[in-house]
Each structure stands twice: as C-alpha cells, then as structure tokens.
Design a protein around this ligand. Structure first.
Ligand SMILES: [Zn+2]
Length: 112
C-alpha cells in the first residue's frame, strides 16, 4: 500500500538540486522575506532577497518554514530517508514495513 502523502523523492531531489543552495534565512526585520547567500564564498556578507511572501497572509511562519526547508536541508533529508529505507527494507522482498520491524509477508512470525 502506498502512502499518498509521500513526496516523489526523485522529483524533490531534482528540484532541490536546481534551486539556489541553502542555507536560507528569514529576514530579521522583513519577516515576510527569505534571504539566501549570493555567494558561497562569503555567506553572511553577500546575501540577496530570494523571496517576498504576501504580507496579507500569516507570512512569518511561512517564511520561517521556507527558509528552514531550503534545498540543502531537503537534499540532506532525501539522502537520509533513502539510507533509512535501505536499512529498514525487507531483506527478502525489499518491501518497506510500515508498522512493524519485520515484513509481514516474509516474516509472518515477526522475525521470531
Ligand atoms: Zn518481505
């Protein structure tokens, strides 16, 4: 059974690689803005305004979230999810158990 909430990791990785690398940060004064380094040589001295959110919405939380979920962070998570799924997948059929430690199809006794 597939989880409809699961993002397409290949698509997410491709988009993260194509986007401006992180880190990103929320503006300290302009709370609806998201900044990123313009140069990765000198990160703090050379930023640019990447995004201005619509100030008519509760933009501060959205700007903070977008800054935190930057491409560098997303690429780390995609890599980590793949590593953990590789570790957790069934050694027999490759399926990923969702509720149990062992694949119910290959280990009906729960690995005992
Ligand atoms: Zn299995």
């Amino acid at each position: 059974m597939t989880d409809s909430r699961r993002p397409d990791l290949d698509d997410l990785e491709a988009k993260a690689r194509a986007a401006t690398p992180g880190p990103w940060r929320q503006g300290h004064v302009e709370r609806s803005h998201v900044f990123c380094p313009a140069s990765h040589v000198d990160r703090m001295a050379d930023e640019r305004n990447l995004l201005r959110l619509n100030p008519h919405f509760p933009y501060e939380a959205d700007a903070a979230f977008i800054a935190a979920a930057n491409p560098t962070a997303v690429l780390w998570m995609v890599e980590r999810i793949r590593q953990l799924e590789e570790i957790a997948s069934c050694s027999v059929c490759g399926a990923l158990p969702t509720q149990a430690l062992y694949c119910g199809a290959c280990f009906p006794d729960g690995g005992e």
